[in-house]
Design a protein around this ligand. Structure first.
Ligand code: PLP
Length: 377
């Protein structure tokens, strides 16, 4: 069976983990936290990053940092992972779910504008599959209404929009290093701060509401409870694994792009004949090769394709179930003007193919062959 994902081992993970264990310095903000943060800062092209225990926690940190509270509205796509919404719902904020564009499956910038109200306190966007959102339009609406943009950049590390790295354009961005992401340490994440003035308070929130980070830098002689906070600081063991992965970033991306490019070229004719849609990457954008998907003509055909691929030894899968119509989405959120018809449609028809660094040419060829052998009944 070709798995859907196989977490990549870059090579130095074991050596770095041993160094941390033997040094006795396993808690957070140690030498490897600094190394991973430096590598990540350069990749995202941001003034500063803070490693966190997950992307979910980076998003929660963003909600605390922006002082979101009961009744505040946060505009976001319905077609995303649960954490994009939950992080703000935990503060009592109301997610306002808007639709995605049918080409990139990214938040529809026109729907964002239409969903703005006097209570809108943030716009959270997701660069789905590591393909950039329409940032010029989104940033323009945000600026006009003086609302911060938060990039949920779990898919988009290393990708660019008109030459600008994803994660560098919002006030804040959240990265994920979960085992299913391009760069992984099992569970992990980062908050990217594109406004350095937010750093001091972000450090306090991440360190249980204390100024322990300043204390460790010798800037204060004791640390105290300063603010709301939680424990969002990852162990240096996680940072060691992440450092090994980030050092191999170019190699990981080269391998993932090779698989993506093969799928895209080899399935072009087949998709055109069958009424199947392949991913769209807009002009001026470079994507992150996070995932490769096909949009089948119908839900029935999607289900048939998944069964067909499983029979052929290929583990493919569907993706996000719309948040606006999920039980908790209906309870905690509301749907913006126009509803989410595109989201409902694409969620039913989407198939994700296996894609990971370390995937062999034979495995890629087997997936292509299996897809092409699909015959609708
Ligand atoms: C994976 C993912 C998350 C959650 O990441 P964790 O690191 O597992 O918390 C959030 N948003 C999106 C879009 C994701 O793909």
């Amino acid at each position: 069976m070709i798995p859907f994902n196989r977490p990549y081992v870059a090579g130095r993970e074991r050596q770095y983990l041993t160094e941390v264990v033997e040094s006795g310095q396993t808690s957070g903000d140690g030498p490897f936290t600094r190394r991973a943060s430096t590598l990540l800062t350069a990749l995202v092209g941001a003034p500063s990053v803070l490693l966190t225990t997950s992307c979910t926690h980076a998003l929660e940190l963003s909600a605390l940092l922006l002082d979101l509270r009961a009744g505040d509205e946060v505009i976001m796509p319905s077609f995303t992972f649960v954490s994009t919404a939950n992080a703000y719902v935990l503060r009592g904020a109301v997610p306002v779910f808007v639709d995605v564009r049918p080409d990139t499956l990214n938040i529809d910038e026109r729907a964002v504008e239409a969903a703005i109200t006097p209570r809108t306190k943030a716009i959270v966007i997701v660069h789905y599959a590591g393909v950039p959102c329409e940032m010029d339009a989104i940033l323009k609406v945000a600026k006009h209404h003086r609302v911060p943009v938060i990039e949920d950049n779990a898919h988009g590390l290393g990708a660019t929009y008109k030459g600008r790295p994803l994660g560098s354009m919002g006030a804040l961005a959240a990265q994920s290093f979960h085992a299913t992401k391009n760069v992984q340490c099992g569970e992990g994440g980062a908050l990217v701060l594109n406004d350095d003035r937010l750093r001091e308070r972000a450090e306090i929130i991440r360190e249980k509401g204390t100024d322990r980070s300043r204390f460790f830098r010798g800037q204060v002689d004791k640390y105290r409870w300063m603010d709301l906070g939680s424990s969002y600081l990852p162990s240096d063991l996680l940072a060691a694994t992440l450092t090994a992965q980030l050092e191999a970033f170019d190699d990981i991306q080269r391998q993932r792009h090779a698989v993506w490019d093969t799928y895209h070229a080899e399935l072009a004719g087949w998709a055109a004949d069958r009424g199947v849609t392949r991913p769209t990457v807009p002009a001026g954008a470079e994507h992150a090769a996070h995932l490769y998907y096909l949009l089948m003509p119908s839900l029935d055909e999607r289900q048939a394709m998944l069964r067909h691929l499983a029979d052929a030894g290929v583990q493919a899968t569907f993706h996000y179930q719309p948040l606006h119509s999920a039980p908790a989405g209906e309870r905690f959120g509301r749907t913006g003007p126009g509803g989410c018809p595109v989201t409902d449609d694409v969620a039913d028809r989407l198939v994700r193919l296996p894609l990971y660094a370390g995937m062999t040419e034979a495995e890629t060829a087997q997936v292509v062959g299996a897809v092409r052998a699909y015959a609708p009944r």
